[in-house]
Ligand binder design. Sequence first.
Ligand code: P6P
Length: 333
Amino acid sequence: MITLGEFIIEKQQDFPEASGELSALLGAIRLAAKVVNREINKAGIADIIGATGVENIQGEVQQKMDLYANDKFKLALEARGEVCGIASEEEDDYVSFDSERGCNSKYVVLMDPLDGSSNIDVNVSVGTIFSIYKRVSPLGSPATLADFLQPGDQQVAAGYVIYGSSTMLVYTTGNGVHGFTLDPSLGVFYLSHENMTIPKNGVIYSINEGNYLKFPMGVKKYLKYCQEIDSATHRPYTSRYIGSLVSDFHRNLLKGGIYIYPSTASAPQGKLRLLYECNPMAFLMEQAGGLASDGERRILTISPTELHQRVPFFCGSENMVNDVQGMLSQFKD
Ligand code: P6P
């Protein structure tokens, strides 16, 4: 049984210039994940379920756990001292750590501290998503917006924590995708899924079909394709949608499948945020042998223009993403 800490150090030679900073950074994320996990597991008896009554910049009502998770990850990252700043779904703007130590740190972290948090009140899995870049602004100065507006193919690491029937931390530094399961009795993450890869084909599709009438024609055509009866191609597929990106992504990564949050008539850019949801999940998916696009472009090649920008998101098994992209190009609205 190898622990997350041992594994990071063992793999550090894959990342020679990290000289321990990236390992320490991942260690801060590991610590915060354990703290958040503890609170989530007693949400029903602690005063941390429900909404705060405050809206974030997305116009979404913040859940108490959103703010709790945001604060714990921000504290852990600032305290560990490898990060000059963070951006978060729960922060209107980026947060620069302007201490001397912060200004001399090499990395920035972007995160969705608690994705799918409205599920907590009904005891459904939720997750944390994180994305790590080397800063582009000079050492010795505060972080700048440019440090956060980098295309996804510049990420040095990305991952998620899934607070599910078990708590797992899944990450990549560009050398495969590796999953670690928390032993809550010891507070230790142990390697449980080395070199996770997604099947090229899948029979699971994840999408909120309640929005069907507002979908682009190509998405409507793909959904009907998924529902046709054809034993040779194992159709009809199975529809599985949890309302928690991390949970749907994790299941599809293990079993094969596709997650789709397309543009709709009411949300032309879709719902998911490029920087701290789509980019990290796209990095993981490509490292696992899958694809991630906005329906036309690789997610990782998109040049960001603002912190909270949204993009349509098609992510999963290679053949399924290619199928839906084919229908999007064939059936233009
Ligand atoms: P809808 C959660 O808010 C989230 O960002 C993802 O985790 C989830 O897949 C999606 O939005 C759910 O959105 O519009 O289907 O409720």
